[in-house]
Design a protein around this ligand. Structure first.
Ligand SMILES: Cc1cc2nc3c(=O)[nH]c(=O)nc-3n(C[C@H](O)[C@H](O)[C@H](O)COP(=O)(O)OP(=O)(O)OC[C@H]3O[C@@H](n4cnc5c(N)ncnc54)[C@H](O)[C@@H]3O)c2cc1C
Length: 389
């Protein structure tokens, strides 16, 4: 796509998104047009559309930001196309979505901005997106969806559960990737989760799930998951990971369940003969939130290339926490617990100029840590994280 086409698409989207309530209006209008003109498309979406709307605008913005980087955008779209097979979408559904999105955009951009050239630019952009997704889905030979049977559910914090599943067949994901998951109590509400263990030939998988206050799905997982129930799991997504034979040292920063994809990578690296040095900062609000220190301690004791620093924002545990002594325990092989906001703590160790950086956690934690690191001199090109939606 030439730079003028990219500029036209971006400018119109940004103009619409920058208006007061623009993203919400655009998303509402898009879904209204889609469901009116193509009523069968409604079946792909959940009854409650609130968080779906938010995700749509963030996903479009994410793709548009990468229009000039086809080496990043096209693999991302290909993964998305493979993942969308779980809905049973056909090429005509892509046409329906593209037409509805363009109509919604045109409505909000207004006739003055929406020239013939802008119209053609959107056609070009949407065609590339649809063709890449359809092409990747067509070529894929792995299942459209895996079924996982819950074999264990363990509460490790009052709002955080470890759930282990047995897949119907092994899935070849890379450690560090994530996938969309649907649980039986929340049909059609797919949410992304990151496996906390590397792919294995037994088809065993483990997720760490934190209950988000007011959320639709995560509280249901924490409160209602039963042994033997079946989850649906889509194709792997994302590009975090440490390539085999890399010489680049790593800095990993994970908060809360953000530790899951990092721990999966460390476990996979532990199976390799040589590894670059890795410094992992693992964070939580309170010391008692650092639920996975035992695993990290075992990994750090066994592997000299790994340094692990636990970080808690608050020095003390909350008053309601019933301490069994676990959270005060000094795990062997780990650096002493540091106190402070994780981004600030990590940045205080220097610019990390020689490191590739991965940051995993809530969107605000990722943004703040990235900002702190950039301010400390870390180059943006060396910092990676998953999309924040
Ligand atoms: C790449 C990726 C990987 C992920 N991996 C995991 C994982 O391994 N484990 C895990 O527990 N979650 C993970 N998540 C988050 C997960 O996909 C859901 O977004 C989360 O569980 C909330 O879903 P929900 O249905 O309960 O809330 P929703 O109903 O979707 O949202 C309810 C409200 O909570 C807000 N919200 C959503 N998520 C958060 C959050 N993390 N912090 C604060 N507010 C939030 C929303 O903006 C909304 O206002 C991942 C997300 C991404 C993008």
């Amino acid at each position: 796509m030439d730079s003028r086409t990219v500029a036209l698409i971006r400018t119109t989207f940004k103009a619409v998104a920058a208006e007061e309530g623009g993203p919400e209006k655009l998303a509402s209008s898009f879904y209204a047009i889609l469901f009116t003109d193509y009523p069968h498309a409604r079946d792909f979406f959940p009854a409650a559309m609130d968080s779906q709307r938010d995700r749509l605008v963030k996903a479009i913005a994410y793709a548009l930001d990468r229009l000039e980087e086809p080496n990043k955008l096209l693999p991302f779209l290909a993964q998305l196309g493979r993942d969308h097979r779980k809905y049973g979408v056909q090429p005509e559904h892509y046409v329906a979505v593209a037409t509805s999105l363009k109509t919604a955009m045109r409505r909000y951009a207004g006739t003055e901005m929406w020239t013939d050239e802008v119209d053609r630019a959107w056609d070009d952009g949407l065609t590339i997106i649809a063709e890449t997704m359809i092409g990747a889905a067509d070529k894929e030979t792995t299942p459209a969806v895996w079924t996982g049977t819950v074999v264990e559910r363990r509460m490790v914090l009052r709002n955080l559960a470890v759930v282990r599943l047995q897949l119907d067949q092994p899935m070849g994901y890379a450690a560090g990737q994530y996938m969309s998951v649907q649980v039986p109590s929340r049909p059609r509400m797919w949410r992304y989760l990151s496996p906390a263990v590397p792919a294995n030939s037994h088809g065993e998988i483990e997720f760490h799930i934190r209950s988000v206050l007011g959320g639709w799905v995560s509280p249901a997982i924490i409160g209602q998951t039963q042994i033997g129930e079946q989850w649906l799991i889509g194709s792997p997504l994302g590009g975090l990971g440490v390539p085999r034979n890399t010489k680049r040292k790593m800095l990993m920063v994970g908060c809360g369940t953000g530790i899951a994809p990092l721990r999966a990578q460390l476990m996979q690296m532990a199976q390799r003969r040589t590894n670059p040095k890795v410094h992992l900062f693992v964070g939580g609000h309170y010391p008692c939130d650092l639920y996975d220190l035992e695993t990290l301690s075992s990994l750090a004791l066994a592997h000299k290339w790994l340094t692990v620093t636990p970080v808690a924002e608050s020095e003390e545990n909350p008053w309601w926490y019933v301490d069994s002594g676990e959270s005060e325990r000094a795990w062997p092989g780990l650096e002493p617990l540091m106190t402070g906001q994780i981004g600030k703590v990590v940045a205080s160790f220097g610019p990390w100029a020689d490191r590739d950086v991965q940051i995993v956690g809530s969107p605000s934690m990722v943004q703040t840590t990235k900002f702190r690191l950039m301010a400390a001199g870390t180059q943006t090109k060396n910092i990676r994280h998953d999309p924040l939606f």
